[in-house]
Design a protein. Structure first.
Length: 261
């Protein structure tokens, strides 16, 4: 699997500033890669005792058998990963609260491209950083993949998102989290985060806002765009119309399926 360099955060020590109720059932935070995984993870970490947080690894199909204890009901834990749908992963997560986090495919293209261009990512793709590749080249590689080196958008969203729908997973969208973080004092945000915590089997404490603020601090996430060591000046801030059409061609119906259209 590709290697990702990350700085250590201080959320374990911040966690102890609050009274923590133990989990009674495993919680698994699953996500499409580059969909706000660390944001969701860091927020929920502020509501779970550190000793019940499974920091050993991001759980994925290649290492699932090594980490099934994180999902065992006898030892409830909070764990996270990019786990595609299969017979093994379905069985492994069947007794857990299972959250599935996705991102708008239009913005995902740019997020994935920035990450591939960053010094934080080591997936034998450092050559993409040379300036000969245009923005169009890079964005199209994110949509259609790189033969033998990176999967297509269709493969990622099919196996990491669409195939999980209709099961016991609870679907959440990155954009909704960001929107509610910007208006954290609103009634809508209170309802939203209460639902998220309840879907994780966590009772909502009175100090939930303070915990969310600490967990959502961008400084605590090495993979946040603000903390990536990357020159992304080639890439636009908004996906061009040409690439939006290519996304719709590559994954027709996906945005509607996930609630974006």
């Amino acid at each position: 699997m590709p290697r990702i360099s990350m700085n250590q955060d201080n959320l374990n020590s911040r966690n102890t500033e609050f009274s923590q109720a133990p989990l009674t059932k495993p919680v698994f935070l699953n996500s499409v890669p580059k969909s706000g995984t660390h944001l969701m993870r860091n927020i929920i970490r502020m509501f779970v005792p550190v000793e019940q947080q499974y920091h050993n690894d991001f759980i994925q199909i290649p290492n699932l058998r090594q980490h099934t204890r994180a999902l065992h009901p006898d030892t409830p834990a909070l764990s996270w990963g990019h786990l595609l749908f299969s017979d093994e992963s379905s069985l492994a997560t069947s007794l857990s609260h299972h959250i599935l986090l996705v991102r708008d495919p239009y913005t995902w293209v740019l997020a994935r491209a920035r990450f591939f261009l960053s010094e934080n990512f080591d997936g034998n793709l450092a050559h993409l950083r040379v300036r000969q590749y245009s923005a169009g080249d890079l964005m199209n590689m994110m949509i259609f993949g790189i033969h033998g080196k990176a999967p297509t958008m269709h493969d990622i969203y099919t196996h990491n998102a669409a195939a999980w729908l209709g099961t016991h997973v609870k679907l959440y969208r990155y954009e909704d989290i960001v929107s509610h973080l910007k208006d954290l004092n609103s009634q809508e945000s209170e309802v939203y985060f209460a639902r998220l915590l309840q879907d994780c089997g966590i009772a909502v404490p009175d100090d939930w806002r303070e915990r969310v603020i600490i967990g959502s601090d961008k400084a605590q996430s090495s993979t946040s765009r603000d903390n990536l060591d990357v020159d992304d000046s080639r890439l636009p801030d908004v996906l061009p119309d040409a690439q939006k059409k290519l996304v719709d061609y590559a994954v027709p119906g996906l945005r509607a399926l996930l609630g974006y259209a």
